[in-house]
Design a protein around this ligand. Structure first.
Ligand code: FAD
Length: 260
């Protein structure tokens, strides 16, 4: 049936079902809308898949899927990539000696809205990019390629994100300050603080799910040590925020409930 399953998600956890649903949607639906990819758009797509291969902590069959797609894209040297050819290359291969599978169903768990038009994909996409910035900070030299993941996200959003207005807002924020990020840890904080800026702008608006009000995140009950007061004014305790983000967006915090 079309009825959404009754799900009780824990907001302190990440769910693989959300991550894989968002990956499936971004790769096979959103990025495959144009009749062909070329130029900067094709480059943005290749860059996104390459970052996923490096930093997405997927299940073995999903890792294989991403690696296979990445290898295939690297071999595609013609200026144009027709959608039908790309879609064929993005099909699952269950029969290979090491299966390459990204599930094709969309199930929102932590990202499930109280109604169908709330949350879902945009929530999943934020989660993927937070996870990637954190994995890049954990697994690479702090001062090397600090913008690797953020510029991948900037290109993805600019060229593919279906919400045009969102993409314009995000590009404006990126143009203003992204270039000043000088380490991988700063990249983690940049995405966190700008996501909070978006939350503040959208709080109380009509895209807000009434059951999931936009908060400055993480709220005090999730991370008391992230908050402090300076002369009566709320402030973030940034070292504690970094520690919290590294634990929250870690493979150990990804749960398999509802994953296919
Ligand atoms: P989301 O904001 O999607 O957050 C998803 C999850 O991430 C939350 O449940 C929480 O667990 C965690 N989280 C929340 N805040 C943070 C943080 N600061 N750091 C780390 N993790 C956090 N919608 C518009 O209406 N207008 C826009 O201009 C707009 N711009 C967008 C730009 C981008 C790049 C993206 C990806 C989305 C944008 N959206 C915009 C959609 C909007 O931001 C939300 O994604 C959507 O409303 C769903 O909200 P949500 O309640 O699921 O939480």
């Amino acid at each position: 049936t079309d009825a959404a399953p009754l799900i009780r998600a824990d907001r302190s956890k990440l769910y693989m079902a959300d991550l894989e649903s968002a990956l499936h949607y971004s790769l096979r639906v959103e990025a495959a809308r144009a009749s062909a990819l070329s130029g900067a758009q094709l480059a943005a797509f290749k860059c996104y898949v390459a970052a996923l291969v490096k930093y997405f902590p997927g299940r073995p069959c999903v890792q294989t899927y991403l690696q296979t797609l990445d290898g295939w894209l690297r071999n595609w040297t013609e200026p144009e990539l027709p959608r039908d050819v790309l879609k064929e290359a993005m099909k699952n291969n269950k029969d290979a000696s090491s299966p390459a599978v990204l599930p094709t169903n969309v199930t929102w768990v932590g990202c499930q809205g109280s109604e169908r038009h709330f949350r879902g994909y945009p929530c999943g996409l934020w989660t993927i990019f937070h996870l990637l910035t954190v994995q890049a900070a954990k697994n690479g030299p702090d001062k090397e390629l600090p913008l690797e993941v953020l510029s991948t996200m900037r290109c993805y959003v600019r060229h593919f994100f279906g919400c045009q207005e969102c993409a314009e807002h995000f590009e404006a924020m990126a143009a203003q300050s992204m270039d000043r990020v000088s380490s991988r840890e700063e990249a983690v904080l940049w995405l966190w603080s700008h996501h909070n800026e978006v939350n503040a702008r959208l709080a109380g608006g009509d895209t807000e799910d009434p059951k999931f009000p936009k908060l400055q995140w993480p709220p005090p009950d999730m991370c008391p040590q992230c908050h402090k007061e300076e002369r009566g004014v709320h402030a973030w305790e940034e070292p504690a925020v970094v520690t919290f983000l590294k634990a929250h967006f870690s493979p150990a915090n990804i749960y398999m409930d509802y994953a296919e």
